[in-house]
Design a binder for this molecule. Sequence first.
Ligand code: RIB
Length: 298
Amino acid sequence: MKDIKVIGSVNIDIIMSSQRLPSTGETVKADKYYLYPGGKGANQAVAVARTGVRPEFLGKLGNDYFAEIIINYLKRENIELSIKYGYDTGIAMINVESSGRNMITVYPGSNGNVSIDDFPGVKIKDSIVLFQQEIPLKTIRDFMEMLKESKNIIITDPSPYNDDIYVLQNSDILTPNQSEAQLLAGCEIKSIDDARKASIRIREKYKNNVIIKLGSKGSLINYNGEIKYFKAYSVNAVDTTGAGDCFNGAFASEFLRTENPDKSMEFANIAAALATTEYGAFPSFPYRNQIISILGDN
Ligand code: RIB
């Protein structure tokens, strides 16, 4: 494979940090707030860029003030931007409590109507292509149909969860988190051994490779039927927002370089852990040299 394309969402993230998350009907006082770009697609593109590969990002913003803020941030990253403009920008309201747990509500805005027709003439060949599910499933299916015309590796994050058979079966690697893996496999995951069993079921059902992201418990890969578990790198987490996106971007960039799934898992595991050590999604994403220095010490 020669490059990485990321096709997906881009949002403005409004982050409120409080001692604990509010329950239904309750108002809690936030001690800090942050306004950062996010969206699973843009986050993955930033993670790819920071870990040493210049990706192309295909996404859609609004014609508004939030779009200007986002573009100013994205232009500072090593990303080829293929951005279209619709009416309004996607917004994510993110509540984070001191334990690092979060709650997210997303308004899709222009992500909700981005289509393959927004990118006439797009050429993707010999690429690793990253999808998530914050844009219309039809758009993902249309791109996947087009991608069949040449050799590519498709990595799909089935998040937010949706069990669209076409999307799932046409992915080479699926990267669910624990709850998405439970839904895909149709079984509970309470231990690493459960995750192992779930990965076998997902592989049988959708005929592809699987990475299950288990947060602070690490991650597991089932690649061509060979299953390996990777312990999490231990950090003091303050905000887990975007850690899964960072994992996918870092995995893809190391996989492009090495074509080695195990090395890419070790690399992505450290990247995702570091991504939890500051507030916001991509402001906390690490650069390649930070990850390499930790890998070297282990
Ligand atoms: O995965 C984290 C992302 O989900 C946030 O950046 C937010 O925009 C939501 O899309």
